[in-house]
Design a binder for this molecule. Structure first.
Ligand code: C2O
Length: 574
């Protein structure tokens, strides 16, 4: 009874707030015309939102929602306070439940950046120029759009009914949240030029034609100052880009040194590993299950988030900001660079591709499906949208133009003949991990036992063999990257082009714990487990019959000096 009353009160206040908002909008001359035509649509939508506002307060135990009234300093960096909160008080936000676009609308077709024509570029240019001219009080403005990423990626909101910050990286929230972000961004851009077929482009850095910074992003208004000049075209992107070798004294990142052709080949093999060989089960690709509440947080990104997602962020960012390579290289500032959006459109597209490659697999946990976020649309309405709403891009009325993915057949080969490797490995001494964590200040090599050998094909299809690097502890504000190799003879020659490569750990600065402490928040710092699928790798290395394998962790960043790992083990995932 009490709950119902509360719901009613909240419902009424939401309606009042909604009407106030409509009236407010009607006063603004530039949107008046558009709104008059939509008036009938908006009111029922708002009433519907009002009637469901009780849900805003409840939520099932594991379902995540941000508390929009809790905005605080972002955990961007320690030396500089970063605030991304919207300018007005967010305590009385009226929202509507997300409604699918009319299914008879034409699809917005997202095209690859290298195939865009002048007309399209002119349209996009116009839209982004208008967006950049809007004041910060308008949620459609470029600054507010970029700040959305800052807010959710550096824990500036808490979860509802909790002191824990909400963070959408390094877990299964990664793909759906970014899909929502760019979906509404695209609608807003279209709205600003009155074109409801407007679609964002995608930057296909996974195919040879897309492996340089797209030409249009080298010109205003898509150009951005804070980028690494040495990576301008024709420099080929390094999808396994590593910053600061542990031996170097400066914070500079180090270049692969590969010629363009070798770099393209290595990138394709890397893609094969991240999309196919290393991503055979849901959690490996999507990331760990992150649920509401203090105990529910997890810290385990999926393959594609680690790389190329994180590595491309770093590769684009400026070397003049050596610590974190702002703007693209760190989350609070990344979305200020216009290239962020086609980068994420490609991530979004690859989620689609992966889903299709793996038999339309989708997470069925209701805690994931019902986790919800809030985004403004082109009509300035705040939408509450659930993850289950964004699982079909057709229902969202957009599509990706088909491109071939040559990486699909780039199964890597071992670096040395397998008999040679076998003989060398036989004579090797074991270096045990120390008990309370082992510093990653230098290459770490150890033997890991395998509980099951020679499983049948059926068993392998059902249960993927996982190499777990567990208890990775990353010090505050450090960029940590290390690669993991299996049965390697000579580490110094290794890179992801060889079959010994099992995967990489790429950790973009996790945010500043000082902020969490001062605001009395549950800290974001949590040890990470890196899970790598290795069934196919073990077959290719003919190691499937061995009861142990050699695992080598190769530090690829200076931050590794203070990072530790607790150990390694084999597990199985269904
Ligand atoms: Cu939220 Cu590409 O990052």
């Amino acid at each position: 009874m009490e709950a119902k009353k509360l719901g009613l009160v909240l419902g009424i206040s939401t309606i009042v707030a909604a009407f106030t908002m409509v009236l407010h909008l009607l006063e603004a001359p530039q949107v008046q015309h558009a709104l008059l035509g939509e008036f009938n649509f908006i009111i029922p939508a708002m009433l519907k939102g009002a009637s469901s506002s009780g849900k805003y307060q409840q939520g099932k135990a594991g379902v995540l929602l941000p508390n929009l009234t809790s905005c605080h300093e972002s955990m961007g960096r320690s030396d500089l306070p970063v605030y991304c909160c919207p300018p007005m008080n967010q305590s009385d936000v009226a929202f509507i439940d997300f409604q699918f676009p009319d299914p008879s609308l034409p699809l917005r077709v997202r095209r690859p950046t290298h195939l865009l024509d002048e007309n399209y570029i002119a349209k996009y240019k116009k839209a982004i120029t208008i967006m950049k001219s809007l004041p910060d009080t308008d949620p459609r403005s470029y600054t507010r759009q970029a700040n959305l990423h800052c807010l959710f990626c550096t824990g500036a909101y808490n979860q509802q009914h909790s002191n824990s910050p909400l963070n959408i990286h390094r877990s299964w929230l990664f793909f759906p949240w970014h899909r929502m972000l760019i979906y509404f961004h695209e609608r807003i851009l279209g709205g600003l030029i009155g074109d409801d077929t407007f679609a964002l482009p995608f930057w296909p850095w996974d195919i040879p034609e897309g492996m340089v910074i797209p030409e249009m992003y080298m010109k205003a208004p898509f150009f951005h100052e804070a980028r690494d000049i040495s990576h301008f075209p024709p420099s080929v992107v390094d999808l396994d880009y590593s910053c600061t070798a542990p031996s170097s004294d400066d914070y500079g990142c180090f270049e692969s040194g590969l010629g363009p052709e070798d770099q393209v080949y290595t990138n394709l093999v890397m893609m094969y590993n991240q999309m196919v060989a290393g991503a055979k089960k849901m959690e490996l690709f999507m990331g760990c299950p992150y649920k509401a509440g203090e105990g529910g947080s997890c810290n385990g990104p999926g393959t594609l988030e680690l790389a190329p997602h994180n590595t491309v962020h770093k590769w684009v960012g400026s070397n003049l900001n050596p610590g974190s390579r702002e703007d693209m290289g760190v989350f609070y500032s990344a979305a200020r660079d216009p290239i962020f959006y086609p980068h994420h459109a490609n991530i979004d597209r690859l989620w689609e591709v992966w889903t299709k490659l793996h038999g339309n697999k989708v997470i069925t946990d209701p805690d994931w499906l019902d986790s919800s976020f809030f985004f403004y649309d082109e009509k300035l309405l705040l939408n509450k949208i659930r993850i289950r709403d964004v699982l079909s891009i057709t229902r969202l009325r957009y599509a990706y133009e088909k491109v071939d993915f040559p990486w699909l057949n780039n199964r890597p080969r071992p670096s040395v003949p397998l008999e040679v490797a076998r003989n060398v490995l036989k004579t090797r001494q074991n270096a045990k991990l120390q008990r309370n964590g082992r510093f990653l200040d230098s290459t770490l090599r150890t033997r890991v036992n395998r509980p099951k050998v020679r499983r049948t094909k059926k068993e392998k299809d059902e249960e993927e063999e996982i190499l777990v690097v567990h208890g990775i502890d990353v010090p505050e504000e450090r960029y940590v990257k290390f690669d993991v190799y299996v049965n390697v003879v000579n580490e110094t020659l290794m890179n992801p082009r060889f079959r010994e490569f099992a995967g990489t750990f790429v950790h973009i600065d996790p945010g500043v714990i000082r902020v969490a402490r001062e605001a009395n928040l549950e800290t974001l710092r949590k040890k990470t487990d890196l899970k790598l699928g290795i069934s196919e790798l073990l077959e290719d290395l003919e190691a499937d019959g061995d009861d142990s394998i050699w695992v080598t962790l190769v530090p690829r960043s200076k931050g590794c000096i203070n990072a530790t790992v607790d150990g390694l083990r084999i597990e199985y995932i269904r």
